[in-house]
Design a binder for this molecule. Structure first.
Ligand SMILES: [Zn+2]
Length: 457
């Protein structure tokens, strides 16, 4: 098999950033060597001053396929992913129809994905009010873990779980050894706050923010930590928005609980103070909070209480954002961010003294580890899949619709100038994005820890 060499001045490996050549044989990295040690006969791709990071891993994406493909779909989501430097997406179980809560639904998802993906993908299974008996079967069929909601997710086909229903599910989850990802907001504090806002102006972001208080997240996290202690499953808190929960999470870790935490680029870049009246493109749940809170989340990343950063790419048809009325009560909550997450993060991280090594940890290695793919994805190391993103960290660009590539080009980032440009993305040694184009046929396939579950395309 012919050997390829990928060279750059800044290759981001777990050991550090250095000039290097990544030698690739077939789909895997064979070795990382000094640039002057490239063997004869290699085909050489020299990216000069650019950086090469590991292909990013997004463990929190809503692809909506099958069933809600007018919102998004495998073709468009994986295209946006390739343009954003992502090489593996793990799909959330709730926006597709059927929701991924049974083995049959997982089979339907596999059929929908076949031959349509530009990057690799995998599935989370859902834990809902009545599928306790499906949990272990889903694990055996190849989901990488589970997701549940402690509050109504606001979408037909997927139910929240009460504490009692969760208790019925947790022994099954614990037996699989897979992580349980939890949307951690409890309805009590939200219902209470919303009751007081019946006559408030819902075109103001502050009204929406008041309706989803920090306490809703804190109480949910407290409940999950106590259940984690009791049942011994792997707990993962998705899209942490309140910094007020950081202290408890830190204490839980110090105690040795198997808990991990993620946040998203929008919580680290946008803040409540800058969301204009009626700007429902910035609505998501839990909500984007104050600027002060945002800085504390950065502190949480720095200290390692927050392990990873994922997009929570959650698109919808533009009409559902209710842009004409600008009503934060009725607009769909969700932000699509796959194609610009890396520059959004680099814009903010570089200002605060973080390096590309930090981004590679938060956006590739740690999400891969959460999804159980950490021995093959998320690092530039010998034996790993040859997934990379070629990134120009100094270049700036304006976010325009033609750079988004997902189904509906709506985004709160449109018009912003961001730092860092994705020049090319390689999936298992082959280019899947290069200078605005998507070369070749879709060659992404399902990642399954157990090869026997792996689909052929
Ligand atoms: Zn989500």
């Amino acid at each position: 098999m012919s050997l390829q060499a990928f060279l750059a001045r800044r290759v981001v490996t777990p050991e550090g950033i250095r000039p290097a050549a990544i030698l690739v044989e077939g789909e895997r990295i064979q070795a990382i060597v000094a640039p002057d040690q490239v063997p004869e006969g290699c085909s050489i791709h020299d990216f000069g001053e650019a950086a090469i990071l590991p292909g990013l891993v997004d463990s929190h994406v809503h692809i909506n396929d099958p069933g809600r493909t007018e919102w998004e779909g495998f073709e468009t989501a994986t295209q946006a992913a390739a343009a954003g430097g992502y090489t593996l997406l793990v799909d959330m179980p709730l926006n597709c129809l059927p929701a991924t809560t049974t083995v049959a639904a997982l089979a339907a998802k596999r059929a929908a994905a076949r031959g349509r993906c530009r990057v690799d993908w995998a599935a989370w299974g859902g834990v809902v009010h009545d599928n306790q008996s499906d949990i272990e079967a889903l694990a055996a069929a190849g989901v990488l873990g589970f997701k549940c909601f402690l509050i109504n997710p606001g979408i037909d086909g997927f139910t929240m779980v009460t504490e009692q229903q969760l208790r019925a599910a947790l022994p099954h989850v614990a037996r699989t050894g897979l992580p349980l990802l939890v949307h951690a907001e409890l309805p009590g504090p939200i219902d209470q706050a919303t009751d007081t806002l019946a006559n408030a102006d819902w075109s103001c972001y502050s009204t929406y923010l008041q309706s989803r208080p920090d306490e809703a997240e804190q109480a949910a996290i407290r409940l999950m930590l106590s259940l984690c202690r009791e049942y011994g499953f792997r707990l993962h808190i998705v899209h942490l928005s309140t910094s007020q929960a950081l202290k408890e999470l830190r204490t839980a870790r110090d105690e040795g609980l198997p808990v991990s935490v993620e946040t998203c680029p929008h919580y680290l870049h946008l803040s409540a103070e800058t969301i204009a009246k009626g700007a429902t493109l910035s609505k998501c749940a839990p909500p984007i909070r104050s600027r002060e809170n945002c800085e504390k989340l950065w502190q949480g990343l720095k200290e390692g209480t927050i392990d990873l950063v994922v997009t929570d790419h959650s698109p919808c048809p533009p009409a559902m954002k209710r842009l004409a009325e600008g009503n934060f009560r009725t607009a769909w909550g969700g932000i699509a961010g796959l194609s610009v997450a890396l520059p959004v993060m680099w814009t903010e991280a570089s200002k605060r003294g973080f390096t590309l090594l930090d981004l590679a940890r938060w956006m590739a290695a740690a999400p891969a580890q959460l999804a159980g793919c950490g021995t093959r994805k998320g690092r530039i190391s010998a034996g790993y899949d040859a997934d990379f993103v070629v990134f120009d960290p100094e270049c700036e660009f304006a976010v325009t619709e033609d750079r988004l590539h997902y189904r509906h080009p709506v985004s709160p980032y449109l018009g912003e100038t961001l730092r860092g440009v994705v020049k090319a993305t390689y999936l298992r040694g082959s280019p899947v994005f290069a200078d605005g184009e998507f070369p070749g046929e879709p060659g992404g396939r399902e990642y399954a820890a157990n090869a026997k579950h792996r689909s052929t395309l």
